[in-house]
Design a protein around this ligand. Structure first.
Ligand code: C2E
Ligand code: MG
Ligand code: MG
Length: 478
């Protein structure tokens, strides 16, 4: 409009007109500024709640039900890495258009700030859990339809959470959206393709997770996050060949929390890196301290999440931390879950593991047998050792099927030139049979439970004495 206004002013008043316009314009902008600010578009989540509020108002006058669904696309970050931002947006836009086409006219679809999609349903006479699940399943199918991109067809997957207004004691637009998001977050923990409805239990669990997440960084500062250690033995010599660091939270109110109680609360956030570095530092400090006390343990194994393994700085970080404690890289073993290497296309993880192995660190494939990694994936990630999951070890001495599975894993490992360790060995009979079958190392409650550092030192001294005594009298320490 500015050039037009300029021309008009010049035509009406010549140079004087232009001068008047120049003086008036800033004043007009000042006068309109605040009103423009008030009129700025609302955040998308506010628009969703406003829409649902309007439907709820209609419902309180005429009766009926409404609901909200939140669709969270799985692995958006990897998609962006793989396709680039432009292609990712193109795929998402095509998917949103398909979703719009699949909804009824009164339903409204919004793209939220975090890339997820909220659907505000229109007023309907009847809506229950069953119907919501059916709507979610239909939307899920729509998301899964392949999108044609220049590189070929792309199939998206998503997790969906939902809530309908009868599920809430005091439904408001905001409460419905929040509840659907809580259910969506829960669904995305079981991705791909999970669908979850809201429940009060979910909300409580979410509040619990939020509290743990909010307190985690302070807990690290206060020294409440500590590595405990579980020994690993050679089935050949009976000697301790390593220890695994397993994190514990010494919580002031709730006692000692296992990783299962708090890892889900921090996973996906930068706190996971803080946890990783804390455990790594304590693990290496412990190894160095044991060296000083003359209780040398060859290696300490540290668990790394997919998120940490995706960090391009990880190999350097490991290098610096090893240097800090004057330890050779071979003293550190990196544990990678089999399920992490099973996912294809994760080139950053593959190259990180390559670099870590090239530095001289050990690489263990954790929970082996549960993660569906292909032989190709195992070869590509080239671990040194397979950690046979506890589910195969349980009652291996009594159960023929278990024996066959363990034997199959052991022969696969042999063919691939990999060492083996059986996890979760709980009885002497399991230990003995695993040794007979040719499994190289064992770890489990029958040897020792995970323990804090000072107990570990005492245990190592006792173990060493037992081992020496057994050798003297010619008894096999197994
Ligand atoms: P994991 O790495 O497979 O560790 C083995 C788990 O089995 C540990 O549970 C250990 O306490 C338990 N365990 C050991 N021996 C036996 C046994 O004989 N019987 C039975 N029933 N269980 C046994 P925990 O400490 O609760 O850790 C659970 C998982 O949490 C670990 O599984 C690992 O995946 C994860 N984790 C633990 N510490 C860390 C960490 O520092 N960072 C990351 N990213 N993950 C961790
Ligand atoms: Mg492990
Ligand atoms: Mg394991």
């Amino acid at each position: 409009m500015l050039p037009v206004a300029g021309l008009l002013a010049y035509w009406a008043g010549g140079e004087l007109g232009l001068t008047a316009l120049a003086a008036a314009l800033p004043l007009a902008m000042l006068a309109h500024g605040p009103r423009r600010l008030q009129g700025q578009p609302k955040a998308m989540s506010d628009q969703v709640s406003a829409r649902l509020d309007a439907t709820l108002a209609d419902i309180s006058a005429r009766g009926g039900v409404t609901g909200c669904l939140v669709i969270q696309f799985d692995d958006l970050a990897q998609l962006c890495d793989r396709l680039g931002r432009a292609r990712q947006s193109e795929a998402l836009a095509a998917c949103v258009a398909r979703l719009r086409g699949a909804m009824r006219p009164g339903d409204v679809l919004y793209t939220l700030e975090d890339g997820s999609i909220a659907v505000a349903l229109s007023r309907v006479p009847l809506l229950d859990l069953d119907i919501m699940v059916r709507i979610a399943a239909r939307l899920h199918l729509v998301v899964q339809q392949p999108t044609m991109l220049a590189q070929g067809p792309l199939q998206l997957t998503c997790s969906i959470g939902f809530c309908h207004s009868l599920q809430l004691a005091r439904p408001t637009g905001r409460a419905l959206l929040d509840a659907a998001q809580i259910a969506g977050d829960e669904a995305s923990r079981y991705r791909p393709g999970a669908i979850r409805g809201y429940s009060a239990d979910l909300a409580r669990a979410r509040a619990d997770r939020d509290a743990l997440r909010a307190g985690f960084a302070d807990a690290v500062d206060r020294g409440e996050i500590r590595a405990w250690f579980q020994p690993q033995l050679s089935t050949d010599s009976g000697e301790v060949t390593g220890i695994e660091a397993l994190v514990r939270w010494h919580h002031p109110d709730r006692g000692i929390l296992l990783p299962g109680a708090f890892l889900p609360a921090i996973s996906g956030s930068e706190l996971m890196e803080l946890l990783g570095q804390t455990v790594l530092t304590q693990a290496l400090a412990t190894l160095a301290e044991l060296d000083r006390r003359g209780l040398r343990v060859p290696t300490v194994a540290v668990n790394f999440s997919a998120q940490e393994l995706r960090d391009p700085q990880l190999p350097e970080r490991l290098g610096w931390t090893l240097d800090r404690f004057h330890l050779a890289p071979s003293r550190l073993t990196v544990e990678v879950l089999e399920s992490v290497v099973a996912g294809d296309g994760d080139e950053i993880i593959a190259s990180n593991i390559d670099r870590i192995a090239a530095m001289g660190c050990g690489v263990d494939l954790d929970d082996f047998g549960t993660g569906n990694a292909s032989i190709t994936a195992i070869r590509r990630f080239a671990p040194n050792r397979l950690k046979i999951d506890r589910s195969f070890v349980r009652e291996v001495d009594q159960n023929r099927d278990q024996q066959m599975l363990v034997t199959a894993i052991l022969s696969l490992a042999e063919r691939l030139g990999l060492e083996t360790l059986a996890e979760g060995v709980e009885t002497q009979a399991e230990h003995a049979l695993l040794a007979q079958l040719g499994c190289g190392h064992v770890q489990g409650y029958v040897i020792a439970r995970p323990m804090p550092v000072d107990e570990l030192a005492t245990w190592l001294v006792a173990q060493r004495e037992n081992h020496a005594r057994a050798l003297r009298i010619g008894v096999n320490t197994r």
